[in-house]
Design a protein around this ligand. Structure first.
Ligand SMILES: Cc1cc2nc3c(=O)[nH]c(=O)nc-3n(C[C@H](O)[C@H](O)[C@H](O)COP(=O)(O)O)c2cc1C
Length: 364
């Protein structure tokens, strides 16, 4: 009998709608995951991690799976194309005892990945997906999920064959990005197909794509009845999207539209400053831990410089829409240290505070 997502991942509060943080290469390492978890994400996914790198015990690969003890349930997100190596890699990941589940990537459209038969290349071959998942199923006891798309392009819907393959192979859930590979990360999300998949599926379906607000999540849930909503880009620099969405969904009614598509509610500036500080401190914690545990090539960069570089992509999303954020963006190349980032943040928040004092009721 298929288990619900709550049973599968031992998630509390069976009556609350489930909101998950999607895997995002370059973003969803432990600091972002922990912050999103603290703000309401029920389950998070690691960055995508290569099976062969794991099998060759490459520190360059294993460090991508570093976790914080207190970050809550995390799914290890693997990519590859060979049933044997993927199942062996999954078994090694399970042995760490640090993960709540294992996921297979069958949706990444990046050429470097598909050229090796992995990611979205698998969408062309549901039989291979079956072979991989069946081998992984035999190798691990942890919940096993598949993250995929609707098909290669709108005139080649493959998801129903993929669903059959996943169910027959014994997967526990399917995370479905409601777009085709040809769409990349843009264009319409096909909620009608997502709904059809949900209706036919025996295993739980996690809906993904285009959720940028509580209202979008409400529509996805209403129109498709998926078992969970998975959010990717809208959570970058915006961990609050999970708790905002939880709160809005708890009311039961359609959340109001914001004036601008994807616009965020006006957030307290202290909250933004605190989240930025917490996030930066977590980045320091992670890099120190990685340096301690893994033999990574030490380039000339100091820890601080490396961090400043990786953190800059989060920074602009935290400051999104604030007065002074374009000023910070224009000085991007000068932000070489965390102190430089802190100073830029302080100046941006000061400008925003002055603006709010002059226009207190403007919703933005
Ligand atoms: C920067 C970035 C990195 C991503 N990396 C992955 C990945 O490693 N594995 C994966 O399955 N999807 C990846 N995705 C796709 C997202 O998980 C998600 O399916 C997609 O962005 C649609 O969700 P959204 O509309 O909420 O952003 C990535 C997306 C972005 C923007």
């Amino acid at each position: 009998m298929t288990k619900s997502l709550h049973e599968c991942f031992h998630l509390p509060n069976p009556r609350l709608p489930l909101l998950f943080l999607a895997p995002m290469a370059g973003y969803t390492h432990a600091p972002m995951r922990r912050l999103c978890r603290q703000h309401g994400a029920a389950l998070t996914y690691t960055e995508m991690t290569n099976d062969l790198g794991l099998l060759h015990a490459s520190d360059k690969t294993w460090h991508l799976l570093e976790t914080f003890e207190d970050e809550g349930p995390v799914v290890a997100h693997l990519y590859g194309s060979d049933p044997v190596s993927l199942s062996e890699a999954a078994a090694r990941v399970e042995q760490t005892g640090r993960f709540a589940g294992i996921d297979l990537n069958a949706g990444c459209p990046v050429r470097k990945i598909t050229a090796n038969g992995a990611g979205a290349a698998l969408i062309h071959d549901p039989r291979r997906i079956h072979a991989i998942l069946a081998a992984m199923r035999r190798a691990v006891r942890l919940p096993l999920t598949l993250k995929t798309r609707l098909g290669p392009c709108p005139d080649r819907v493959a998801i129903f064959e993929i669903l059959d393959a996943a169910e027959q192979a014994g997967a526990d859930a399917l995370a479905l990005h409601g777009r085709f590979t040809s769409q990349g990360h843009g264009g319409p999300v096909h909620l009608d197909l997502l709904a059809e998949v949900k209706q036919r599926a025996r295993l739980p379906i996690i809906g993904n794509g285009g959720v940028t607000s509580p209202r979008d999540a409400w529509h996805m849930l209403q129109e498709t009845r998926v078992d969970a909503v998975m959010i990717a880009r809208a959570a970058i620099g915006n961990p609050w999207i999970f708790e905002d969405t939880q709160a809005a969904l708890a009311c039961g009614n359609e959340p109001p539209a914001t004036a601008f598509a994807g616009a965020r509610p006006r957030r307290d500036l202290t909250e933004i400053r605190n989240a930025l500080e917490t996030h930066m401190a977590a980045e320091v914690e992670l890099i120190e831990r990685i340096r301690e545990r893994y033999a990574l090539p030490r380039n000339a960069a100091e820890t601080d410089e490396t961090l400043a570089t990786t953190f800059r992509c989060h920074l602009f999303r935290y400051l999104h829409g604030l007065k002074g954020s374009s000023y910070v963006r224009a000085r991007l190349h000068e932000l070489q240290t965390l102190d430089a980032i802190r100073a830029a943040v302080a100046s941006c928040l000061e400008r925003e505070a002055a603006y709010r004092a002059s226009a207190p009721d403007t919703q933005r």
